[in-house]
Design a protein around this ligand. Sequence first.
Ligand code: NAI
Length: 335
Amino acid sequence: MKIHYFAGEEWEEKLAREKLADHDIVFHNGPLSDFPDLADPEAEALCVFIEAKIGEAEMARFPALKLIATRSTGFDHIDLAAAKPRGIAIANVPYYGENTVAEFTFALLLALSRRIIDADERVRAGAFSTTGLRGFDLAGKTLGVIGTGHIGAHVIRMAQGFSTKVLGYDAFPNAELAQKLGFSYVSLPELLAASDIVTIHVPYNEHTHHLLNRENIGTLKKGSFLINTARGAVIETAALIEALKSESLAGAALDVLEEEGDMADEAALLTAPHPRAEELAIALANHYLIEHPRVIVTPHVAFNTTEAVERILNTSIDNIRQFAAGSPANLVPQS
Ligand code: NAI
């Protein structure tokens, strides 16, 4: 197959060339969005990461395309409705980083609970004092986990080590898991009202778009904290800002932002011939969050450990090899 591989690091290129030696592979030093004029009538596969949206227009530039292999669990950057009529299959990496992302969730949680970033900034500024840096214990608090799948389950397992009580909410509750890990499923309103910390681990799709929104964000327990390592648009950004302003939320830690793709290239957003008012408003709101003293923002790095990235690459390469061999694996269902 002829494969276009986007935004890989040097070591990835070496490994991919070795393992896909039977294929014609073209490497690009950046995401697909960096190459707006690239078109290839012979390309049969694209290997991509999450930075670039792939819709109708992008697919049309590769008319022989059969496979998009994304080096991620989430596939919301790919327009499934546009792929289906073109006969393009999508392969993802369903299980690479459940412990990895759960560990990062706790890194964010502890950074919030113990004010670690503020404390570090304090010392760097030359003041070795504790004033104003008091945190809170996790032991005895209630952690609300929205989405108890691979990552959510690992978060719950880790919470046990901190003696934190867990409430879970999931569209498909797993009674066996709840029994094994000793937590209870509740409705979303119950979870929001009772949790001291809420952490989100659902995929982004039409059902989870703005799952936390203007209508329900005010029902969060007063003084609670919110963590999002899933996808930015699971939370309505304007609602999050309202909750911070009213102090119903004491703080938030976000590894993902709504329309985060625009953050990487704001010049493109500002100079686009027809910028969407909604996107500009979200970009402005994201800056508000980044500057906010009670918010921690990281640039979508929850997955980013040496071990997880190796697992992602190996699975992605296997996805391409198996597809080429006629026995596809890890295909995303296209209804
Ligand atoms: P998973 O598919 O194992 O678990 C998702 C859970 O959400 C499932 O239990 C499912 O039943 C539940 N769910 C789905 N729709 C729902 C709805 N409408 N309401 C309530 N629950 C719903 O997925 P996994 O591996 O735990 O990953 C979760 C998400 O985390 C991924 O889809 C991805 O977007 C994000 N992620 C973020 C990373 C990062 O670097 N920040 C890295 C890896 C994943």
